[in-house]
Design a protein around this ligand. Sequence first.
Ligand SMILES: C[S@@+](CC[C@H](N)C(=O)[O-])C[C@H]1O[C@@H](n2cnc3c(N)ncnc32)[C@H](O)[C@@H]1O
Length: 410
Amino acid sequence: MIIKKENGKSEAMRPASGRRFKMIAKTMAGLEEILAEEVRGCGGDNVEVLKRAVSFEGDMRVLYRANYTCRTALSILRPFAEFEANDEQELYNQVNRIAWEKLMSIDSTFMIDSTTSGEIFTHSYYAALKTKDAIVDRFRKKFGRRPSIDTEHADYKFNLHIADNHVTLLQNSSGDSLHKRGYRQAVGIAPINEVLAAGMIKLAGWKCDCNFFDPMCGSGTILIEAAMLANNIPAQYYRGDNYSFMNWSEFNLGDWKMVKTEENRKIGQGDFDFEIWGNDIDEGVLRQAEQNLEYAKLHKDVMLFHGSFEDQNPPEGRCMIITNPPYGERIKIEDLNGMYSRLGDTFKRLYGEGCEVWLITSDFEAMKHIGLRPSRKIPLMNGPLDCRFMKFELYDGSRKASKQKAQDEQ
Ligand SMILES: C[S@@+](CC[C@H](N)C(=O)[O-])C[C@H]1O[C@@H](n2cnc3c(N)ncnc32)[C@H](O)[C@@H]1O
């Protein structure tokens, strides 16, 4: 079904199930290529990498699958109107002409997220307010009533995107951000975002073909994302059926159930036969990790240890180590440089040929003290913090030398 703007000036599309349409999956900076691969895996066509997003085409089933399985997507949006506006009045008029009553019911709640760039619309909040006014005025004029705003749990979420005078309106099919997986029962002081954790595991190229270890696991996000990947558990398996697309008129419950059944059938199908370990110095935060793992029924898949990273006895054999140490931002450590230096020594002493260490940090000064040369540095953002995700390859040679050094020092 195509929604025609009443004056026919702008394009608007609203496909039925089976009909293909354009979608935008949003992600974090640095994870675009990973997301593009995930979207292809969901059956998305014409995949294009954008800034912090990926555009693609598909039908409603692709939209369901992308929401349910993409580990590195924050939301899946569907553009439905595009037009030009050179001032606030023009924005109001154009928005007011859209047949919003075909997109949402009068008894529902809605909200608008906005991003603006350029010289015309300098305050995204005002652009969103103008858009909201245009929508409710249209409802009031036609029906004498209007849908309400709910900024927390709206039935319908819309994104307003303005670049200079180019306006795009999109339906947010996900509702709550997809980083809210549903397994987090307890959080530490500085939990890493689930989407970032999953993206790091994928960027590191872990193929679930060796052991996995996070020596500073906090509330266990990286471990849980690794265990979900190893067991083929869909990203939103624990979330519950709360997606905005379920309020859309073309939502098809049968298709949605079918997509979920197909994806859930893959759980445990891989033959993952390695160990996943976590460790932290803080017993309280480890209890939170335990709670989260138990909720996700992954407590038998992941072993947790209490202690400082130096005192570990890691599993034998090849190991992927991915960790998110303190940066001195939210967790205060007295001698951060010393800690990074001990961390580097520990990696050299405990891990040999075939082991890879990846760590994310925003503390570039402390990083200089790790005493290992990164073979890759990937820029990533952890919230507002500009970080580097760094890879260190370990060799038996460095392990022997480091063990000898430790013995000599005793
Ligand atoms: C940034 S947090 C990790 C957060 C974790 N990724 C999550 O999602 O909850 C860093 C963690 O390092 C731990 N830590 C600090 N010093 C440590 C040490 N010497 N040995 C082990 N863990 C340590 C802290 O207790 C904290 O939980």
